[in-house]
Design a protein around this ligand. Structure first.
Ligand code: IMP
Ligand code: MG
Length: 454
């Protein structure tokens, strides 16, 4: 069977930890979208692994697959594999031949476009990894795929077609000087070598066939979503989104298995007990604000709840895994989660970071929104309208800080009563069972109510 892990909010919900928790029963862990913009943290004993591209399961000796829906920077791929090897692991990573390749000019163009947009405060706040420009080339039918790296002659021809276009775009449209990143000869040499290593290590696969064979052989598959529903290119708050489909449908199109396979398994929505956001765009339940990211920060400043935001940010370690940037912090947004539940069809929820909120007098959630004189319960389809939504808050009594490791061992009933009231509310509103509750960073610090593989 399959278990799909999807971020229900804006990314950084703690998906890596849940993949790690449930991944024990999996044989293969598959990423189906995104690239090295992800930041998945896996904690094992005293060891912490931060991965941006390689599926988290690789830390536990699972086969890791980057599906056709991914964009792959070979430099990051091999750096991460080599770093894991240096730490004594033997990662088995396969890459779809249909996945698209991030080239150095994609990164440069990502930076240029953000720079240009920043003149009018319109930058997305991307991770700068070249994700958007690579997906653009995929859709524009001029992309270079992993399979192409294994065919030097074809690779050369493609580079000769596309690189001069990119150079003109950078120089003539954006007025930026270009260097090695736009040089056909040096790109060819470098990427041909990556192709050789992929071939030598037998890493390039037809992902759909590979995964179907593994399922036929009785293997358990886990789909590891990166980013989150509200930064999905279709279902997120466009244009403040990433350029792929983190939502559950992406697990089918991005892996080569059918929606029947994905839908026939479990789909677990990962929820952080509050909300964070990296980069720009609306956040109706935001507490405080982050300079450069929060819209209107220059006029309004950080706001009256800045201390609370700061407290949660520190307790939760809310700094970008990839970029180190401070994350914007807000209360849980339930209209967002209702939207997420509909788009993904969660069969269960894993609620993380419940311990981070411990010790607060009260905990709020945005239960619904107020917009143009109406109460609404889900997210409007345009970002402009979402930006005008005022949350209607519901207030819960806070819960004490307790020995969370002991709680994790004892089970759900050991969770402080007020925290359980919060979780029960969430489960009712989304009409979905809570499968797991994260009460600390390690996978042992999780209260497990249901293992979807069982
Ligand atoms: P990109 O994916 O680098 O193009 O960035 C587009 C938007 O998605 C930006 O707002 C990023 O901050 C956000 N984003 C991308 N990856 C992640 C992630 O793993 N966690 C949280 N936000 C992300
Ligand atoms: Mg992350």
């Amino acid at each position: 069977m399959t278990v799909t892990i999807v971020g229900s909010q804006l990314g950084d919900e703690g998906k890596g930890g849940v993949v790690d928790l449930y991944g024990d029963a999996a044989d293969v862990v598959v990423r189906y979208q995104g690239g090295d913009n992800a930041g998945h943290t896996v904690v094992e004993g005293d060891e912490e692994y931060k991965l941006s591209l390689v599926p988290s399961g690789a830390v536990r000796g699972k086969v890791g697959v980057l599906g056709n829906g991914c964009v792959v920077n070979p430099e990051t791929l091999f750096d991460e594999i080599d770093a894991l090897k240096e730490r004594g692991l033997e990662p088995d990573v396969r890459v779809a031949r249909r996945a698209h390749v991030i080239l150095p000019y994609h990164r440069v163009l990502d930076g240029i476009e953000e720079e240009v947009k920043s003149d009018s405060d319109k930058e997305v706040g991307t991770t700068g990894r070249g994700i958007g420009p690579t997906y653009e080339d995929k859709m524009g039918r001029r992309g270079i795929r992993v399979g192409d790296l294994l065919d030097p002659e074809g690779l050369r021809e493609q580079l000769e077609y596309v690189v001069p276009q990119k150079r003109r775009l950078a120089e003539d449209v954006f007025g930026v000087e270009t260097g090695e990143a736009f040089d056909v000869d040096s790109l060819y040499e470098q990427y041909r070598e990556y192709g050789e290593r992929l071939a030598e290590e037998d890493m390039a696969i037809d992902a759909g066939n590979f995964l179907a064979d593994r399922l036929d052989a009785g293997d358990e598959l886990m789909f590891e979503g990166a980013q989150g529903t509200l930064i999905d290119i279709d279902h997120g708050n466009y244009p403040y989104v990433t350029s792929s489909n983190p939502t559950a449908g992406g697990a089918a199109t991005g892996s080569g298995l059918s929606p029947r396979v994905v839908g026939g398994g479990e789909i677990v929505g990962i929820v952080k007990a509050y909300l964070t956001r990296v980069g720009s765009g609306p956040l109706p339940t935001e507490l405080g604000g982050v300079e450069g990211d929060t819209p209107g920060y220059d006029e309004q400043g950080a706001g009256e709840n800045e201390d609370l935001a700061e407290y949660i940010r520190e307790e939760g370690g809310e700094y970008g895994t990839v970029t180190g940037r401070p994350r914007r912090v807000g209360w849980l947004d339930v209209p967002m989660l209702r939207h997420s539940q509909r788009a993904n069809g969660f069969t269960g929820l894993a609620v993380n970071h419940v311990d981070v909120l411990a010790g607060l007098d009260e905990v709020k959630v945005g239960h619904s929104y107020h917009l143009d004189g109406e109460e609404i319960f889900t997210i409007p389809a345009t970002t402009e309208r979402w930006g005008r939504c005022e949350p209607n808050f519901k207030t819960f009594d806070g819960w004490d800080d307790v020995d969370w490791s002991a709680v994790a061992e004892e089970g759900y009933d050991a969770i402080p009563e007020n925290a359980r009231a919060y979780l029960d509310y969430l489960s009712d509103e989304l009409d979905t069972d809570v499968y797991a509750v994260g009460v600390g960073p390690g996978r042992e610090e999780t209260v497990v109510l249901n293992d979807p593989f069982e």
